[in-house]
Structures are given as C-alpha cells and as structure tokens.
Design a binder for this molecule. Structure first.
Ligand code: ADP
Ligand code: ASP
Ligand code: MG
Length: 423
C-alpha cells in the first residue's frame, strides 16, 4: 500500500512524483539537513519519486550580499548572481551526502545543469523552460534529484537568480515541467496563517486558500511564498502545499476556488514594512501634472505602489504615493528636483510607515468590510494615512509603530483569531 504526503492511500501501481522544497531554516544546520534527508527517505520508501529544491542555509544569502557590499555599493549584477547562487550549491551537495549516508541514491544539480533556462534579468530572472530529461532518467534509476533553488542560466550560459525567496519558484517550475502530483513547500511554519504568526500569535492556520488570495497576500507583503511561485502555480494549476519541516501535519493547500470552500469574508491580513510615502503639496490642479510628477519617478526605474490625489481646491492639489523603502532617498531627490518647475508648495516624505491589508474573495459578496476595518483602527486611535481598495483587498497606510496593534485589532475585528480551545 502506498500513502501520499497527506496520508491518502494510493493505488499500488501508482508512483507519485512529488516536488518538495526545503527553505533556509529547514536546512540551516547539518543536523537539520540530516533530518530533511530522513524525511525525504521516508517519502521515497512510501513509493514516491522525489525531486527536491533547496535554499541556501539560513543567513547565507544575506552573508554573501554583505560581502559584496563591502567591496561596492552597486556591485555588477552578473557577478552578484554568480556570488549569491553559491549558497544553494552548498546545500545540494550536503543534502545528497546526507541522503547517501542513509542509503538513499541521490544526485545534486545546479540550476544550469538541469537547464533552468531564464531570461537575462540578473537578480530577478524569469524561468522560461526546464529540461526534464536528465531528471526523469535519474528518477527512473530510483535516485532522489536535488536541485539548487533560486538559480538558473540564460541563453548565453550566464548564471541568473530569481529574486529573494526564489527557491519557491524553482520548486513550482520543476513541478510544472515534470507534471508532479503536488508541489510541497516545507518551511518553518506549518502552513499559511491568517496573518504572520510572528506578529499575531493567535493567527490560525488555513486548511486551504485560493491561488488568487495567496497571490494577493504575497503581493501585499506575506513572505511565506514568493509571488512568482504563486503566479506560476495558479497559471499551470499545480497543487501547492505549504507544510512544516519540523512537525507532521497537512499544512495549507493552495488551490482553485471551490464552491463553499470558505465562507469567510476575510482570509488573511498582510503587511508590508518596506514602503515609504512621498507627498508633493500645492501643485497646479490641471491636466498633465500627475504625469509630470510620476514620469521622472518611473524613468528612474522606481516602482510606484499606492497613489492618492486629493480633490483640488484653489486650483491646486496634493499628490501622495508610495515606493519601496530602498528607493525612498532617490525618489525624494527627484521630487525635490521637479518641485520648483511645478511651483509646488512643499515636498514631504515619511519612511516610517507600514501598509496593512485585508484580503479575501468573500469581499466580493459582503459589504461593509472597509467600514469595519476603519472602525477597528479608530477604536485603537490609529490614524489612517492612505487607503486603497480593489476587488479582494483593502489596504491602509499607518505609522509603523502601529504595525502589531493594527494587525491584531483587525485580526480580532474580523474574527480570525484561533479558537481559544485549540490554542
Ligand atoms: P523559508 O526560508 O522556508 O523560505 P520564509 O521565511 O521565506 O521561509 O517563510 C516563512 C515565514 O513566513 C514564516 O516564518 C512567517 O514568519 C512568515 N509569514 C508571513 N506571513 C505569513 C502567513 N500568512 N502565514 C504563515 N507564515 C507567514
Ligand atoms: N536563498 C535565497 C534567499 O534567501 C532564495 C530562497 O531562499 O528562496 O532569498
Ligand atoms: Mg521563503
């Protein structure tokens, strides 16, 4: 009898191909790598074929980035990818050694070796194709295939990387290319929670969540899965599961929307501490002004997130937008540069803000979500600086000192807290 990852019995002749990914904390020490190896062996002994993507050992990617920063503020992007991709190469070799030690046949491959072909956008490359041939051959020979996450190779053979958290995307892309039964993301939490359990200990694990909601949560700051991994899995309909490396459990299945799946209005709360706010006040209220303000910002390759323009009065208006915090100084400088030409009254900035967002497909059929949100924040005397809404989310910008309080009061207001009995 064969049992799959969540304890379902499979037909005897059925060999499930599973792609697993183990994150940085899960492979953070030799002891943990050995326990990951034991886990992999168990899945293999149950009759599954396994392809495993791994991250660098925890802290390693940051350590490598810091080394480069000691040499240059803006290191060459090609060389940067050569550098940061080494972290994953260490893990694949160590994991294979640990598998060999317990009698498991395994082979490691870098991204380039299994031809994870990407575009040439260093540090944020996109996967275009994967050559499954070599992997299939190894699987047929009962080998576990261990692939370095986060990296690929472009047409010219240059090493590329997929952006922070990119090993999730490697795993999903492998699962798509190999038509795996399921893609399992093993991490240091036992699933996707209603919000980051580090901020709200009463957060509740979700059994299921839709791709659409997960994508929104990831885009709004929940770093449990890389945005592109969710995008990819949604596009190719790869069943994706987030599970703990350390405890048994069914984790959270990310799946397509199903009738009556969850009646909740709100599935989760995301927050983003990486934004900064800029305001230009007293600009002429006339056509072309938004372009004059935001044109130079996007010409400088700075991505803009939220934008708010006030209703004009006295023929002038105020304009506020947010950018990534790392681009704050640059954006402020650009804005100050154009303020004179626009005869703006004032340019202001604030890089101690946080964006808190409610996400849920249930919002489509329930009114009053935003007002419940604003009432909960008002009760805690949290001032809302900006608001933005879309079909399945409401976001607010508040002072960063209110991050915990804001998330917790909303968690409670939308009855997301875990059942007290099960805490
Ligand atoms: P890994 O190194 O395994 O890729 P990450 O640190 O990237 O792990 O992702 C796991 C972390 O994501 C958790 O430790 C948790 O703090 C954070 N996180 C943020 N939002 C959520 C959420 N809604 N549910 C679960 N974890 C979350
Ligand atoms: N090691 C890379 C990072 O720290 C990729 C990953 O872990 O997914 O971002
Ligand atoms: Mg991650």
């Amino acid at each position: 009898m064969k049992i799959n990852a969540i304890g379902e019995t499979l037909q005897e002749e059925f060999m499930a191909l599973i792609v697993q990914k183990y994150g940085g904390t899960s492979v953070g020490t030799i002891e943990r790598i050995e326990s990951v190896a034991a886990k992999i062996k168990k899945y293999q002994d149950e009759g599954n074929q396994l392809v495993v993507a791994v991250s660098a050992m925890s802290g390693e990617t940051n350590r490598l980035i810091a080394l480069a920063e000691q040499i240059s503020e803006r290191p060459d992007r090609r060389e940067m990818d050569v550098l940061v991709s080494t972290g994953e190469q260490v893990t694949i070799a160590l994991l294979c050694m640990a598998l060999h030690k317990i009698g498991c046949k395994a082979r490691s491959y870098t991204g380039g070796q299994v031809r994870i072909l990407t575009d040439s956008a260093h540090s944020k490359a996109r996967i275009q194709s994967i050559d499954g041939e070599k992997i299939r051959e190894d699987l047929q020979n009962n080998r576990v295939v261990v692939v370095a996450g986060f990296q690929g190779v472009d047409e010219e053979g240059n090493i590329t990387t997929l952006g922070r958290g990119g090993s999730d995307t490697t795993a999903v892309a492998l699962a798509t290319a190999l038509k795996a039964e399921e893609c399992q993301i093993f991490t240091d939490v036992d699933g996707v929670y209603t919000t980051d359990p580090r901020i709200e200990p009463r957060a509740r694990r979700l059994d299921r969540i839709t791709f659409e909601e997960m994508l929104e949560l990831a885009s709004l700051g929940s770093k449990v899965l890389q945005i592109r991994a969710v995008e990819f899995a949604g596009k190719y309909n790869v069943p994706l599961r987030v599970l703990s490396s350390f405890e048994e459990g069914q984790g959270t299945l990310i799946t397509t929307e199903e009738e009556g799946m969850e009646e909740a209005k709100i599935s989760g709360i995301a927050f983003n501490k990486d934004e900064a706010k800029l305001t230009i006040r007293g600009v002429p209220d006339q056509p072309g002004v938004a372009y004059k303000i935001l044109g130079p910002i996007s010409d400088a390759n700075i991505e803009i997130d939220m934008i708010v323009q006030n209703v004009g009065s006295d023929d002038t208006t105020d304009f506020t937008f947010t950018v990534h915090r790392s681009e704050y100084a640059k954006a402020l400088e650009i804005l100050r540069g154009i303020a004179g030409e626009l005869e703006a009254r004032e340019v202001k900035g604030d890089d101690s803000i946080v964006k808190i967002s409610l996400v849920g497909v249930g919002m489509r059929s329930h009114a009053g979500i935003a007002s419940t949100m604003f009432a909960a924040l008002a009760k805690e005397a949290i001032n809302i600086q900006m608001i933005s809404t879309s079909e399945i989310k409401v976001s607010v910008v508040v002072d960063e000192k209110y991050l915990e309080l804001g998330v917790r009061c909303l968690h409670q207001a939308f009855q997301l807290d875990a059942d007290p009995v099960s805490v």
